[in-house]
Write a new protein. Structure first.
Length: 166
């Protein structure tokens, strides 16, 4: 059922009511017919009400789904991917994050990552963020630690036993 069947039922009830009224005015309506016609009208009205309530629920469901799509699109426009995680630039100018890339792209859920203090990543220091579902994200800090080989290549080569004087 839906809006069309609800309206069709109301139209049938209205037509039957009109016919019943005209028959009553003309005196051609028998008393036992009256109860039967009123019952028919009542059935049409109840069926119509049920169909229109069902249609109203379906319309509300569609509105909710549209709102969810619009909300997702709005959030998606606020997100910036830095190559590792998402950061959100809110419409009011505030910033938040980081957020799990996989949760947003695969599950349509914006899940904040938990920062784990410390430095990770060896000679490429990174901040560590954990997702409850998808695990560890290492986000480079941009500061590469130099080791002795990087700072003093000749000394590093000598320490490794490489003859650099040839």
């Amino acid at each position: 059922m839906g809006i069309v069947s609800g309206l069709a039922g109301l139209k049938a009830a209205a037509e039957l009511t009109k016919t019943l009224r005209e028959a009553a005015k003309a005196g051609s309506l028998k008393p036992d017919e009256f109860a039967g016609r009123v019952g028919e009208i009542y059935d049409y009205i109840v069926d119509s009400k049920d169909a229109l309530v069902e249609a109203k629920d379906e319309i509300q469901d569609l509105k909710n789904r549209l709102q969810a799509v619009n909300s997702h699109s709005e959030i998606d426009n606020e997100l910036k991917h830095d190559g590792f995680v998402f950061w959100r630039n809110h419409a009011d100018g505030k910033h938040s994050g980081p957020y799990c890339v996989y949760c947003w792209r695969k599950e349509n859920t914006l899940i904040p990552l938990t920062h784990i203090s410390g430095t990770f990543g060896g000679s490429h220091p990174s901040k560590r963020y954990d997702c409850q579902t998808h695990g560890v994200f290492l986000v480079p800090t941009g500061k590469r630690l130099l080791n002795v080989h990087d700072q003093f290549p000749l000394i590093g080569a000598l320490l490794l036993g490489v003859d650099c004087l040839q």
